[in-house]
Write a protein that binds this ligand. Structure first.
Ligand SMILES: Nc1ncnc2c1ncn2[C@@H]1O[C@H](COP(=O)(O)OP(=O)(O)O)[C@@H](O)[C@H]1O
Ligand code: SF4
Ligand SMILES: [Mg+2]
Length: 324
């Protein structure tokens, strides 16, 4: 029998998610595909990064991971269970083990709640009761784990700095002892020095608690520093999965994206890496490769036939002419 610990904690199997939008008040309803056929394993105990430009579907993927959104097509398996197939009670039980930290901690903390109430809310949601003394103790321990002074429990969100609020968000996420935490741009709204402290905290918690992270960011430097493997998204699709941060970039989009961030010489950076051409609309997807209009390697086949994510050689890439 295979070792259950070696099985991925989370698996996306052909997952797409559509959204409908009305064109004006009386306009026709149009459907766009925000996530497009993602098949992806999230291995246990690792940090999997998801990168891509704004609007490429990262947050939608995050919400699909936790079943906060249902797939339009495909399945999401957490610990081997298809989340869409679970009864509400079973889904609630699974949810304890998967948590999310958002970019804007304001969005997850009720401004009228004391910090203690905010940290204890996950227990309430799951019907886990504490005596007042137990609750105090629990909240204090959670705040400490997130590197906060337990005395802050009596304070209110507006009395905290951005970094402290994000630590409260992390304390909440830890409350139910999850295995998987989805971090959706957790440091994007923080100053660089605070950002580094939060990343150090996340790294420490991961090694102490054996957590798995799905780390979403448009900050390539941060992803390269913090993640074990990197999923590159373009217009809703996973176009390349880098098995390590030093793996070669085989998809033309990955190469452009990474070079624009990391070439040391700014002159060369500008010259080599400008992304030109239109991004196709997610409402009217072209039949072939979504990157073809911006790709200097595009052939006739690229405009006609959609490339699928295939593992050739060392890792998975969705391109008809992958780079060496
Ligand atoms: N609830 C929603 N209703 C309609 N469109 C949405 C909704 N959520 C996301 N979208 C659209 O889906 C696309 C992907 O969005 P998102 O996942 O937030 O991207 P990212 O996090 O990479 O910036 C965008 O075009 C966005 O406008
Ligand atoms: S499939 Fe063709 S157009 Fe798309 S990235 Fe590869 S080479 Fe470029
Ligand atoms: Mg987002």
């Amino acid at each position: 029998m295979s070792d259950p610990m070696s099985a991925p904690i989370l698996r996306f199997d052909g997952v797409s998610r559509d959204f409908s939008a009305q064109n004006g008040f009386f306009g026709r309803k149009r459907t766009m595909r925000a996530v497009d056929g993602v098949t992806l394993d999230i291995p246990r105990g690792k940090v999997t990064g998801v990168v891509g430009e704004s609007g490429c579907g990262k947050s939608t993927l995050a919400r699909l991971a936790l079943h906060l959104l249902k797939p339009s097509i495909g399945h999401v398996y957490f610990e081997g269970n298809d989340l869409a197939g679970l009864k509400p009670a079973a889904l609630r039980r699974q949810r304890r083990h998967m948590q999310m930290v958002f970019q804007d901690p304001y969005s997850s903390i009720n401004p009228r709640f004391s910090i203690r109430d905010a940290v204890m809310e996950p227990f309430q949601v799951h019907g886990i009761r504490h005596t007042p003394a137990e609750g105090k103790e629990r909240a204090a321990r959670l705040l400490e784990m997130a590197g906060l002074d337990p005395q802050l429990a009596e304070h209110y969100p507006h009395q905290l700095s951005g970094g402290q609020k994000q630590r409260v968000g992390i304390a909440r996420a830890l409350a139910l002892e999850p295995n998987l935490i989805v971090l959706d741009e957790p440091t994007a709204s923080l100053d660089v020095s605070i950002q580094a402290q939060i990343i150090a905290l996340l790294a420490d918690l991961k090694s102490r608690l054996g957590l798995t992270y799905l780390f979403i960011s448009h900050d390539l430097g941060l992803v390269r520093y913090f993640c074990d493997r990197i999923v590159v998204m373009y217009l809703g699709a996973a176009v390349e999965i880098l098995p390590s941060t030093d793996a070669p970039h085989r998809h033309p989009y990955t190469r452009t994206l990474m070079e624009s961030a990391f070439l040391p010489d700014p002159e060369r950076r500008r010259a080599v890496t400008r992304l030109t051409g239109e991004i196709p609309s997610a409402f009217e997807r072209p039949p072939g490769c979504a990157f073809a209009t911006r790709c200097s390697f595009a052939s006739g086949r690229c405009y006609a036939e959609k490339p699928v994510l295939l593992t050739t050689g060392r890792h998975a890439v969705a391109c008809h002419h992958p780079l060496d």
